[in-house]
Design a protein around this ligand. Structure first.
Ligand SMILES: [Fe+2]
Length: 330
């Protein structure tokens, strides 16, 4: 939350809040927010860095400007010139710094996705950029992505889960041998935003530490439709991603929702995200149960006949039988 207000003097300069959207978290100056004509509050400090969720909330509430101290203008200009994208794509950037920067970009992107009621074009564009960067890292070295999973697994569940689903979906898609770079990105993007609809459902239900009641389940089952509505008017989200968001709870047996579609009619990438979603949930620690091991999780998925595509479950099992990603990601 904002610190106690202090008086505005000519010592402050207004800067565009959007200029913080594509940066990393580490600021070398303090940032302030104008609360009224004579009051300004210290909101981000150089010791703790930017807080992406709060930044996204300010933008969402219509804040246009933030303030910095006049003497910090050169530091600010240097900061905004080095965008996260530039740092990530610079050939001189070390692998470590690349991972840190990509996590920064992801976190900022997730924060935006989760505070918006409709995904804006800029956010959709950023999501694409982030997913492309994951695909590129994955092509360079699959182990890098395992390190990322390990790093984010301590964060907020919904945030970790979205990244994990995106990454597992891309792994399964790649292992199936049927996907090129573009389709991998579509699967990744679908994985990232598959559950955005849950942001429109009360936290009591979507984050409930207990089993849901039948009435709560009924509401929860609206999230694919709500998610689809959130991206309906965002032109730069490919239609394939819309199918993934809408169909990620359909099951080959026809017992899924929202439409009870049967196996052959369910969009193939949606089946991939559905499996990655279940897998990520099983290997995560939840308030009501401990995390399952990779082996246990795969066994559970294999035994739930009709819920997931059988061939895809085989592919998932084969990924973990021949790599050490499992032990790292758990
Ligand atoms: Fe879902």
């Amino acid at each position: 939350m904002a610190d106690s207000p202090i008086n505005i003097t000519s010592a402050f300069k207004a800067v565009d809040i959007q200029s913080f959207r594509n940066t990393t978290r580490d600021i070398t100056f303090d940032v302030y927010l104008k609360i009224s004509d004579d009051n300004i509050a210290h909101v981000f400090s150089k010791s703790t860095g930017l807080d992406y969720k709060r930044l996204a909330q300010y933008i969402h509430k219509g804040v246009k400007e933030l303030f910095i101290k006049t003497e910090d203008v050169p530091a600010y200009e240097e900061f905004v010139a080095r965008t996260a994208d530039l740092i990530f794509n610079d050939s001189k950037t070390t692998q470590e710094k690349k991972i840190a920067t990509l996590l920064n970009m992801t976190e900022q992107n997730m924060a935006e996705i989760f505070v918006q009621h409709n995904i804006s074009e800029e956010t959709a564009e950023n999501t694409k950029k982030v997913v492309t960067n994951y695909v590129n890292l994955m092509m360079e070295s699959p182990k890098t992505v395992a390190i990322i999973l390990k790093l984010v697994s301590h964060g907020e569940y919904l945030y970790y889960h979205s990244i994990a689903v995106a990454i597992f979906s891309m792994f399964i898609a790649k292992a199936s041998g049927q996907f090129n770079q573009r389709t991998l990105e579509i699967v990744g993007m679908g994985g990232f935003i598959h559950d955005i609809g849950t942001t429109q459902i009360s936290k009591e239900i979507s984050c409930s530490p207990m089993e849901l009641t039948p009435a709560q389940w009924k509401e929860m089952r609206n999230h694919p439709k709500l998610g689809l509505q959130m991206i309906e008017n965002t032109p730069n989200i490919p239609d394939e991603v819309r199918y993934i968001v809408y169909q990620h709870h359909e099951e080959p047996s026809g017992h899924g929702y929202p439409n009870g579609l049967h196996g052959p009619v369910i969009y193939y990438p949606a089946k991939i995200v559905s499996l990655a979603d279940a897998f990520s949930a099983l290997i995560s620690k939840r308030p009501f149960r401990p995390a399952y091991t990779i082996e246990q999780a795969i066994h559970i998925l294999q035994s739930e006949t009709g819920k997931y595509d059988r061939e895809l479950v085989k592919i998932l099992a084969s990924i973990f039988s021949k790599s050490d990603i499992g032990s790292r990601a758990a």
